[in-house]
Design a protein around this ligand. Structure first.
Ligand SMILES: Cc1cc2nc3c(=O)[nH]c(=O)nc-3n(C[C@H](O)[C@H](O)[C@H](O)COP(=O)(O)OP(=O)(O)OC[C@H]3O[C@@H](n4cnc5c(N)ncnc54)[C@H](O)[C@@H]3O)c2cc1C
Length: 343
């Protein structure tokens, strides 16, 4: 029998940031990964403190940014890489009214640290009203983050490349097959709907597509351009453009309408030819009040859920993993805003 402090079910941002808390605190654990490309792995990796439709910010944005930097520095100590890319978001303005609104907001206490009041014109794309730069925005190297961390956990015999089978969980004995555990943390994203213990948590799927495109004329490498969606380089050849939002289409294959939406969206500000090379999609686990859901099962005290990361998997996953750790190990109550008990 193998003894571990934790079993983590899932391998997206929730799982890997919680695993970081465990690594840091020298807890033993295994991660179950079913090998499916998670929503996290197809995400854009944008780290952004601003809601770019309305130019507002959100709860704990600065704290989340600061904590992400600290955590990625800690992770760098054991993977040898820092995955934060210094590439700020340049938001293309639609008209003069947007410029005015941005300027006004950039002078408020809430947004002063996030909205740069000096506009910038970009040569490579259509931006008749220039762009506004989001201060402190960045990008995560998503591919590097996942491939290195999975390798790290595999090398430490912490990765089990199998689907976790709920029927083999013996809660009263705290065992799963030949593993004896103290706690199980379910970080399954939308697959939580198959989990007999937490299937009723109030997460709503929001399907997102992105395309990988080959541009006939390159755009600057060190920025992220945002109009309807985000455009940025993945490497010298391929660029990422996405992602869409869709609450209706829930089937597990590509929606042509989403691809068309992306094609049109990109043509609106990139006037040169481009080829769509790849299409990817995933399901964001969203919550009505836009806050994650963390907590302990009402009856089974060794089962926990970490879900509802929504459209901000990186910031939410990183920051709130510590709340969950402190709740379990240090008996510190979860903030009501993110607690499972708020529903
Ligand atoms: C197109 C798109 C773009 C996005 N862009 C961004 C962005 O730029 N920035 C940002 O912060 N967020 C972004 N997001 C949101 C982000 O991806 C999500 O918030 C995040 O992926 C949710 O992470 P998670 O760990 O909860 O779930 P997931 O990423 O879905 O991970 C759960 C994993 O657990 C596995 N799993 C489930 N059940 C089991 C089981 N029984 N056994 C083993 N494994 C299991 C699943 O297969 C899956 O791989 C984007 C999302 C989409 C769709």
């Amino acid at each position: 029998m193998q003894n571990v402090d934790y079993i983590i079910v899932g391998d997206g941002y929730a799982a890997l940031f919680f695993a970081h808390q465990l690594t840091k605190n020298k807890k033993s654990f295994v991660i179950f990964s079913d090998g499916k490309k998670s929503a996290s792995q197809i995400s854009a990796g944008i780290v952004n403190p601003v809601v770019l439709k309305k130019f507002t910010t959100f709860w704990l944005a600065q704290e989340q940014l600061d904590f992400l930097k600290i955590s990625l520095n800690e992770i760098e100590k054991y993977t040898g890489e820092n995955y934060l890319i210094d590439a700020s978001i340049h938001r293309i303005f639609h008209d003069e009214n947007e410029q005015k609104l941005w300027l006004k907001k950039s002078q408020t206490e809430e947004l002063y640290n996030f909205l740069n009041k000096d506009f910038r014109h970009l040569e490579a794309v259509k931006n008749d009203f220039n762009t506004g730069i989001v201060k402190q925005s960045a990008r995560l190297n998503v591919q590097g983050f996942f491939s290195d961390l999975m390798k790290f956990h595999e090398n430490n015999s912490q990765l089990i490349k199998e689907k976790f089978n709920y029927h083999q969980l013996n809660i009263s004995e705290s065992t799963y097959q030949d593993i004896k555990f103290k706690n199980v943390i379910f970080c399954e994203g939308m697959a939580v709907k198959n989990n007999p213990y937490f299937s009723d948590i109030q997460v709503i799927p929001n399907k997102g597509h992105h395309i990988r495109v080959r541009l006939s004329k390159p755009i600057p490498q060190n920025i992220t351009i945002k109009k309807k969606h985000f455009l940025f380089p993945l490497n010298e050849d391929l660029y990422f453009y996405g992602g869409t939002y869709d609450r209706e289409q829930m089937h597990a294959h590509i929606d042509d309408s989403a691809v068309e939406q992306l094609r049109i969206g990109l043509s609106e500000f990139y006037s040169n030819d481009f080829d769509i090379e790849e299409v990817h999609f995933g399901f964001r686990p969203t919550v009505k009040d836009r806050r994650p859901i963390l907590g302990r099962h009402a009856e089974h005290k060794n089962l926990y859920v970490f879900n509802g990361l929504g459209a901000r998997g990186i910031l939410n996953g990183c920051y709130f993993s510590k709340n969950l750790y402190d709740f379990i190990e240090n008996n510190i109550d979860l903030p009501h805003e993110i607690s499972l008990d708020r529903f």
